[in-house]
Ligand binder design. Structure first.
Ligand code: UDP
Length: 238
């Protein structure tokens, strides 16, 4: 696979074209941002660790029949992915209250939710990723009714798989963000895209409650790299 032009640089990843117009290379950087880019920093080797973790999780989801844009891990920081048009909506799945849900609704962090909650946010740095309703998504054509149904259904299936996987390695999956895309060569097909890593998940150690995710960076808790490495170690990827 030949790596060609840089197409896009985001906060944590860079996308390159390849000699196949329907495949891209996704490169994982060490750059870390929080609060929509207001707080910036670097986490040593984060890109390497997130590439490993996301490849493992996406691979796992693909095996159980959830369509993903991930194809294969190519190198320490690169993976080959299907080219997609990203749906401009972030899907957050929550198993326990934390972060913005706790703040907005006054629910204590860690409160177990009686069932998983799926929320939608508009992908917009300018507007600070506002929480949106299902009607907003359809009325403003960010996704069709059918795509919304698929995103909800796929999010619940992803949650079943990830909850079980993390429980097996002694980690509570508190919440996380998913992104979906339409395949560039088949726009009617929606697949899971982007990454699933400690950058986009809240992961708490089952025994100690220790945070093993980006909250260590957001909240200046220290030992960020060590926490990501701990997740890699528990996944048996080191
Ligand atoms: N999240 C993310 N990107 C975002 C917003 C949220 O990856 O732009 C993840 C975040 O890491 C957490 C979950 O989605 O695991 C829920 O985040 P929340 O709404 O609580 O916002 P935050 O507290 O991160 O501002």
């Amino acid at each position: 696979m030949e790596k060609r032009d840089q197409l896009y640089e985001g906060k944590a990843k860079v996308l390159f074209s390849t000699d196949d117009e329907n495949k891209l290379i996704q490169y994982f950087k060490d750059d870390a941002t929080a609060f929509n880019g207001v707080k910036k920093g670097q986490i040593t080797d984060k890109g390497v660790l997130n590439n490993l973790i996301s490849a493992r999780l996406m691979g796992l989801l693909e095996v159980v029949g959830i369509p993903v844009h991930f194809i294969e891990r190519l190198s320490e920081r690169e993976q080959l992915v299907r080219r997609v048009e990203i749906v401009p909506v972030e899907v957050v799945v929550r198993n326990r209250a934390a972060g913005s849900m706790s703040k907005r609704l006054g629910i204590k962090e860690g409160t177990i939710l009686p069932r998983p909650v799926v929320e939608f946010y508009l992908k917009s740095d300018e507007l600070d990723d506002p929480l949106i309703t299902l009607d907003h998504i359809e009325v403003f054509n960010w996704a069709s009714h059918d795509e919304v149904d698929q995103m909800i259904e796929m999010s619940h299936r992803v949650n079943d798989v990830l909850l079980g996987y993390y429980a097996n390695i002694g980690i509570h999956l508190i919440d996380y963000k998913l992104e979906f895309g339409r395949l560039s060569n088949d726009p009617d097909t929606l697949v899971l895209a982007d990454e699933i890593s400690p950058d986009s998940c809240r992961l708490w150690d089952m025994k100690t409650g220790k945070k093993l995710d980006k909250d260590r960076f957001r909240r200046d808790l220290g030992n960020v790299e060590e926490a990501y490495q701990e997740v890699v170690d528990r996944m048996g990827l080191s």
